[in-house]
Design a protein around this ligand. Sequence first.
Ligand SMILES: [Zn+2]
Length: 202
Amino acid sequence: MAETFRGRRVFNGQYWSGDPYVKLLLDAMKHSGCAVNRERHFSCEDCNGNVSGGFDASVSQIVLCQNNICNQAHMNRVVTHELIHAFDHCRAHVDWFTNVRHLACSEVRAANLSGDCSLLNEIFRLHFGLKRHHQTCVRDRAIRSILAVRNISKEVAQKAVDEVFESCFNDHEPFGRIPHNKTYARYAHRDFQNRDRYYSNI
Ligand SMILES: [Zn+2]
């Protein structure tokens, strides 16, 4: 049996320096005036059910479910997903609690850009070969994420996702592209740094 992964290992530094998705998002948060502080903005907790993480907009804190995150790769995916919510929270006036379409938009973006639906993940899940599969995966995951945090019917969640899907699926900020794997994420990070350099010369 695998040793239980303890979420506190997120603070060991090795993780922070390694993942290009996380690096880009941390840079983007800083660039948008919402610099992330490890001690202040992350909380490792035991969570109910099989929830692996969450973004608490009321206190701008990312919750990492140390009892449900079982390895470093999973941790990186969860941190990336939640940082996309934090980025949306930073750049826009997101009405998380009363406007389900706002939540739906951020969930579409998180599922699309975090690697949650990347090809390798999908191969491991043995869902393979469907055209437009990425879009289907993003839509399904966004609906599931909404239902995990809001007490609404599946139909209402589906409707909200479908209403915002096209514009939010095509909003790739701050990546500038869909980072299907770490190589793409590394390119996106490089481009972001160059973009930053360009703006700082204005
Ligand atoms: Zn989410």
